[in-house]
Design a protein around this ligand. Structure first.
Ligand code: ARG
Length: 280
């Protein structure tokens, strides 16, 4: 993917190392962060989940966000957003043409909690709208700084913030995360544990589908290492947030992107044939 994982408005050299224990993100901090919103008559559009832009018409999110709302016509993606309700000149709203949820998503175990939302129309990238890179090799080093972001709750029993929140998190080894007094074995190899051992820093309700992203200073890019999926409460000790291990779904994602590319080229081929036939 040419030009992914770059934040045009941020100076990475200065980077220090609805989110619990986070703070307001700066405008333009996370240009791939998306708000996925569902329409309800009488209420209008409501923020349901986060998502990450991976190219000019695809948003990766969590399968559990879709629940009974399978009809793409009721969804929209809002990109280039900072304040949830105050859209500005760089904010782009797009309707959704298709929703592809992983066919083996299990709502009991949260296994394969991944979905792709395809935008009805391509979007143009700018300083506020950029795609994130998808990993094609497992994390080799956990020294790199990782972050979460979202408009979700800032407390387990609380509400969300209107300004995008961000926090730095530690990647916690599965071996630790699966200890009997932590998650006790329910975390699989398709998941990533991230947060802080003492709790406090975490994602929460409303952050689902959003990114767990890590910065690789050697290539100066951000990668989508995880997708916010679930957790026991929010910010509790020994119960960090659980994220979908994106690298394990690389071929699933690619096959869905490919599908669309093939359908598009078949369409073009048919149009070509029709025109050809009309001319003859
Ligand atoms: N499932 C939640 C949602 O739908 C996100 C949970 C993340 N929880 C956590 N403690 N990290 O928004």
């Amino acid at each position: 993917m040419p030009g992914c994982g770059i934040r045009p408005l941020m100076d990475e050299k200065l980077t220090e190392t609805r989110i619990v224990g986070g703070h307001d993100a700066k405008l333009g901090s996370w240009p791939w962060q998306v708000s996925l919103q569902h329409y309800t008559a009488g209420i209008g559009y409501f923020h349901m989940c986060g998502g990450s832009l991976i190219n000019n018409n695809t948003v990766v999110s969590a399968a559990h966000c879709i629940k009974k709302w399978r009809n793409p016509a009721f969804w929209r993606a809002v990109i280039g957003l900072h304040h949830l309700y105050e859209h500005n000149s760089h904010t782009v709203k797009r309707r959704i043409s298709t929703i592809a949820s992983h066919s083996s998503y299990d709502s009991e175990t949260y296994e394969n909690d991944i979905a792709l939302f395809t935008l009805i129309k391509y979007i143009k990238f700018n300083d506020y709208i950029q795609p994130i890179c998808l990993p094609d090799a497992p994390l080799t080093n956990d020294e790199y700084p990782c972050y979460i972001a979202g408009w979700g709750n800032t407390k387990e029993k609380g509400s969300g913030k209107l300004i995008l929140q961000e926090a730095q998190v530690d990647i916690i080894p599965l071996r630790v995360c699966n200890r009997y007094d932590w998650y006790g074995g329910i975390i699989t190899k398709n998941m990533v544990c991230a947060g802080s051992a003492s709790g406090r820093v975490d994602s929460c309700q409303g952050d689902s589908g959003g990114p767990l992203m890590c910065y690789f200073p050697n290539i100066t890019k951000y990668y989508l290492v995880g997708i916010t999926s679930f957790g026991y409460g929010c910010g509790r000790p020994k119960s960090p947030g659980i994220y979908v291990r994106t690298v394990n779904y690389r071929s699933w994602i690619d096959s869905h992107l490919l599908d669309k590319a093939t359908t598009a080229s078949i369409q073009w081929f048919l149009i070509f044939l029709t025109v050809e036939w009309a001319v003859l």
